[in-house]
Design a protein around this ligand. Structure first.
Ligand code: DAH
Length: 330
């Protein structure tokens, strides 16, 4: 059967090998034809003839298998070579990612306070009534609780409505002096062009021995911070109310859209509100059993800062994941 073996040996592609396989091993193939001859072989020789045929068939099968393995291997190597990627090749870096504008703004804020030696503190997003309200001088049934459109959990917990509970957690865990900020997500039932149900705040708290911090310190640090964030703007402190601070203030910067002349963004007042702050209310210190201390605190909304810094017209756009917006922040 040398001529059949040659057929296999000469093949040099998987395609021809498949044709050859049918020619040799197929129903109408060469081997079948050989086996058909068996019936014409005289009785005494039948056995030897059949054994010979089976041996040839086994040889051919072996040759075929070897050939198949070889050609398959060559084919794979060819594909690998053709599809190889040169990882040392330079790319144009066009598809490089970037921080989300809210996180970039958060980082910029955090950098300022790290430079002034503030620690970064964290707390749970599902809070209890004590940390989110009670200890912050917001007793049950106090009308000021309505200032925050709270999401309540079934078990009595709440999604924290501000980062202020981290003040309480930090004071309960450490002793003064304290110089901390608490960046993080907060939640309120709210949805319009300046509100989303989840947003981020950065809280600040400084506690020192009694008499060592004053409103003047608070004013100085926040004015410097706002100049760092917004450049050459005017700043004013306006008396306000927060349950956890007394006295309290809201801080405005001169409108960066119209430079104080009055426009739609600043509701024609020339001012944009950016911060809440004040001197820590004695009741807050009482709830964490601190004595003979004084302190100041502040809180700000990160999305509001990002929106003003980048002139984003609708705060909700920051969370839509639209690449046309995000691509502008590479
Ligand atoms: N927690 C306030 C809010 O979410 C913001 C705030 C105001 C925080 C004054 C403070 C503060 O620490 O002193 O509206």
């Amino acid at each position: 059967m040398k001529h059949l073996e040659d057929k296999i040996t000469q093949v040099n592609s998987l395609e021809t090998l498949e044709k050859t396989r049918i020619e040799l091993f197929g129903k109408k193939g060469a081997l079948t034809a050989e086996f058909k001859k068996l019936k014409d072989v005289p009785g005494p020789e039948k056995k030897a003839f059949a054994e010979g045929l089976n041996q040839s068939k086994a040889n051919l099968q072996k040759l075929y298998d070897e050939k198949y393995a070889l050609l398959k291997k060559q084919e794979i190597e060819k594909i690998l070579k053709a599809e190889a990627i040169d990882v040392s090749l330079y790319s144009s870096l066009e598809a490089k990612g970037a921080l989300h504008p809210v996180m970039a703004t958060m980082d910029k804020i955090i950098d300022y306070f790290i430079a002034l030696n503030f620690s970064i503190e964290d707390g749970p997003k599902i809070e209890d009534d004590f940390h989110n309200f009670e200890a912050l001088n917001l007793p049950k049934n106090h009308p000021a609780r309505d200032m925050q459109d709270t999401f309540f959990c079934k078990d009595g917990g709440v999604l924290r409505t501000h980062t202020s509970p981290v003040q309480i957690r930090t004071m309960l865990q450490t002793q003064p002096p304290i110089r901390m900020i608490a960046p993080g997500a907060v939640f309120r039932k709210d949805y319009d062009i300046t509100h989303t149900p989840m947003f981020h705040q950065v809280e600040g708290l400084v506690v020192e021995p009694k008499g060592e911090v004053s409103f003047a310190n608070l004013k100085a640090i926040l004015s410097d911070f706002l100049h760092y964030m917004f450049g050459d703007v005017e700043i004013r402190f306006r008396p306000s109310f927060f349950p956890f601070t007394e006295p309290s203030a809201e801080v405005d910067i001169s409108c960066i859209f119209c430079e104080g002349k009055g426009c739609r963004v600043c509701s024609h007042t020339g001012w944009l509100e950016v911060l809440g702050c004040g001197i820590v209310d004695p009741n807050v210190f009482k709830s964490v059993k601190y004595e003979n201390v004084s302190g100041y605190a502040f809180g700000l909304g990160v999305e509001r800062f990002a929106m003003l810094l980048h002139k984003v017209p609708d705060l909700r756009m920051l969370f839509e994941g639209d690449t046309r917006l995000l691509e502008q922040f590479r």
